[in-house]
Design a protein around this ligand. Structure first.
Ligand code: FES
Ligand SMILES: [Fe+2]
Length: 362
């Protein structure tokens, strides 16, 4: 299969990527190397790593990583791969003074340095200093920890651009993670991202959501490494039938929907935050992780709003999963070549495809 595809940088004359982009298993191998290993990847929530000695072993798109809060208070990340014969140095999460490989017991400090290699006397040309855990870049924003395996990638805060400023009315310190759900979608991860990045399908595919948002005002703004969706809540009118989920935002209250290249979404609404991490499992299977953070979910009214919000989002997610799985099946049917983009509604999808092309060609 030939996956070469030159995207027209001009939205109005561009064609969408060919089916091979979404159905060829070789494409994912290429994307893992060129995209997922070169971009900031969400790794864990910061509350797992509050105290010196806290560690968390995580899988980042098939790459084992361990996050550690050192005795010096510094947050570090390493490949979770022992320098002896590639054993695992940490499982799960917890609090330790050091990390010991589970295979032959090599012992590493929380700074990654190899402290002890048992029964290694007599080994020639062996310096412990040369066998520390291999560090990778780590960055935090609010309650989120990210890692990047590319030493030359732009810093996390450069990638996030204006997002931290635009969302500075959020008080992260009051937000608590209250729910995590994982959805397995039988579709390529890019089919899922494409779907997230446009509101074009809302009138037909999300009747419940269509009642809530002011579709005429809906728009997607694109930036260097992210895009944001402006989706104002429709004014609640007295004649509205029962069943409106979202109340109109008042004063300077704002909702934000950000997508950060390639696979992280950050959605806010006054008093709560929802993140989505889109993890490819194979070329046609994707794990989508949802986490909800709420301020003050303790009161009964807040609790009900929280549950209503989660149920509403769960419903929209199921509608999107059906759309994505239908598309994947049709892409694999061998009849689709390429399509076109709506200039008014699909600029965010074209922006994503442009970034993919830029990274795949690098
Ligand atoms: S593989 Fe880690 S101690 Fe042998
Ligand atoms: Fe959708």
């Amino acid at each position: 299969m030939d996956n070469r595809f030159i995207l027209d940088p001009k939205l109005a004359s561009a064609s969408t990527p060919p089916a091979n982009w979404y159905i060829d298993p070789a494409m994912l191998i290429h994307e893992r190397e060129k995209v997922f290993r070169r971009t900031w990847q969400y790794a864990a929530s910061l509350d797992l790593l509050t105290f010196p000695g806290n560690y968390a072993a995580v899988d980042i798109n098939g790459i084992p990583v361990v996050l550690v809060r050192g005795q010096d208070g510094e947050l570090r990340a390493f490949y979770n791969v022992c320098r002896h014969r590639a054993g695992v140095v940490a499982h799960g999460c917890g609090n330790r003074k050091s990390l010991q490989c589970q295979y032959h017991g090599w012992l590493y400090g929380l700074d990654g340095k190899l402290r002890n290699a048992p029964e290694f006397d007599g080994v020639e040309n062996f310096n412990k200093e040369d066998f520390g855990l291999i560090p990778i870049r780590v960055g935090t924003w609010g309650p989120f920890v990210f890692v990047n395996m590319d030493a030359s990638a732009p810093p996390l805060l450069d990638v996030l651009g204006n997002i931290p400023v635009e969302t500075n009315s959020l008080d992260f310190s009051t937000l608590r993670k209250v729910e995590r759900r994982e959805y397995v979608v039988n579709a390529n991860w890019k089919v899922y991202i494409d779907n997230y990045l446009e509101g074009y399908h809302i009138p037909i595919a999300h009747p419940g959501l269509f009642k809530e948002v002011d579709y005429d005002k809906y728009r997607v703004d694109t930036f260097r490494y992210y895009s944001s969706q402006y989706a104002p809540i429709r004014p609640v009118r007295t004649e509205d039938p029962a069943g409106r989920v979202f109340t109109e935002l008042i004063g300077d209250e704002q909702a934000f929907y950000y997508w950060i290249f390639p696979n992280f979404m950050f959605n806010t609404y006054p008093g709560n935050v929802q993140i989505n991490i889109v993890v490819p499992v194979s070329h046609n299977k994707t794990n989508v992780i949802f986490e909800w953070y709420f301020a003050d979910p303790g009161t009964s009214e807040a609790w009900k709003n929280l549950q209503d919000g989660i149920a509403f989002s769960d419903n929209v997610q199921k509608e999107d999963m059906t759309l994505c799985e239908d598309v994947q099946r049709n892409l694999e049917a061998g009849v689709y070549k390429q399509g076109r983009y709506s200039v008014k509604r699909e600029n965010g999808v074209h922006h994503f495809h442009s970034l993919m092309q830029e990274y795949l060609d690098k």
